[in-house]
Write a protein that binds this ligand. Structure first.
Ligand SMILES: Cc1cc2nc3c(=O)[nH]c(=O)nc-3n(C[C@H](O)[C@H](O)[C@H](O)COP(=O)(O)OP(=O)(O)OC[C@H]3O[C@@H](n4cnc5c(N)ncnc54)[C@H](O)[C@@H]3O)c2cc1C
Length: 323
């Protein structure tokens, strides 16, 4: 990809953070890099991901109308991979022929949807905070999927009514995320040790003793999840786990460890764009793209969105050249 860009006359600037977007008469004019260097441009593709909160605040400052996007929040549960294999392959797992098993669970509880998210067979739970005062989890699998544990996000779909839109307007879902991530950080004594609870203890709202070592490398700290989450999220998760245990008996066990929060499942903001031209309808030359703009939710969909946007930018430039 890099070679293609260079061969087409492009430049690549590493360690370069967009610190300002400058517009003139509602048109993109230039961007500022690392608070100093300026680059003139009539079009920019903004694909900064769902954790670049500074970019959302920047767009708000230049009066781009942002939209609140509903998000899902919950926990990341770790089981022994051998348990998942046993369940999914009905005790017939043979590592010579079969890959480590995954699962996909969803249910409804208290009028809310709950689903497994980014299930990682033979995987690792990772710290994914992007600011110093927060704690965030996510999961990944090495290519061999050969870690001895499996983890999955289990998240509750939230809706607009759950957020304080009166106070925070379009930033209300983002503020909700921030509050839980900061609370997790405080509960961990301002470290990156993740709040954790054995799953059976979670069901009984009981503080866990002797949490075994999990795949989360910075370590765990025993916390009652009912203290981290608003009551409705905790209760909904509890209801969902009961359902999951019916679908996969033994899912609820003290061998499974709940880590939290899983709070970055998708972007809490959508940056509006025209359905056809993919350009923002207020600022000429602004092309919101990928997960952070609210148009993708994963590696493939973000990549495809990038391709579509690049195509529309080239269409726009070519049209102008013909005029
Ligand atoms: C641990 C983990 C595991 C995951 N596993 C999977 C998986 O198995 N499958 C899957 O489909 N998805 C997975 N995802 C999600 C996936 O990574 C994202 O959906 C995808 O990367 C989004 O792509 P994007 O290009 O929109 O944004 P990103 O990949 O987030 O890219 C945004 C880029 O913009 C840069 N940036 C931010 N702010 C600025 C700025 N001000 N100036 C300049 N640059 C800036 C960032 O540094 C980053 O390089 C995982 C995510 C994590 C964290």
């Amino acid at each position: 990809m890099r070679e293609t860009i260079l061969n087409c006359g492009g430049e690549i600037h590493f360690n370069s953070r967009i610190s300002d977007i400058i517009t003139k008469e509602n048109k993109i004019y230039k961007i500022k890099i690392n608070e100093e260097k300026e680059i003139n441009s009539k079009n920019i593709i903004l694909a900064t991901g769902h954790s670049a909160r500074d970019i959302y605040y920047l767009l708000d400052k230049i009066k781009v109308k942002l939209e609140l996007k509903e998000i899902a929040i919950g926990v990341r549960v770790e089981h022994d991979q051998s348990f998942i294999n046993q369940k999914q392959y009905h005790n017939q797992y043979n590592k010579n022929y079969l890959p480590p098993a995954s699962y996909n669970l969803s249910t409804k509880c208290k009028n809310r949807s709950i689903h497994s998210f980014c299930m990682c067979p033979g995987g690792i739970i990772a710290p994914c905070a992007t600011n110093s005062n927060e704690l965030v989890t996510n999961g990944w699998s090495p290519s061999k999927r050969d870690n001895k544990t499996a983890n999955s996000g289990i998240v509750v779909q939230l809706n607009k009514k759950d957020f304080n839109t009166r106070k925070y307007k379009h930033f209300a879902a983002l503020e909700f995320q921030k509050k839980i991530e900061n609370k997790a950080y405080q509960l961990s004594d301002q470290t990156q040790k993740v709040p954790a609870q054995k799953l059976s203890d979670f069901m009984n709202d009981k503080l866990s003793v002797n949490i075994p070592k999990t795949s989360y490398i910075p370590g765990t700290i025993s916390v009652k999840m009912s203290e981290l989450f608003p009551r409705f999220i905790y209760e909904t998760l509890r209801g969902a786990f009961l359902e999951f245990d019916k679908k996969m008996s033994g899912y609820i066990t003290n061998e499974a460890i709940v880590h939290a929060p899983e709070s970055r499942t998708s972007s809490p903001i959508r940056i509006p764009r025209d359905k056809i031209t993919l350009e923002n309808n207020q600022i000429d030359g602004l092309f919101p793209c990928g997960e952070g703009a609210g148009y993708a939710g994963g590696i493939m969909s973000a990549a495809i969105d990038g391709e579509k946007v690049a195509f529309m930018v080239s269409e726009k430039i070519n049209k102008k050249e013909l005029q």
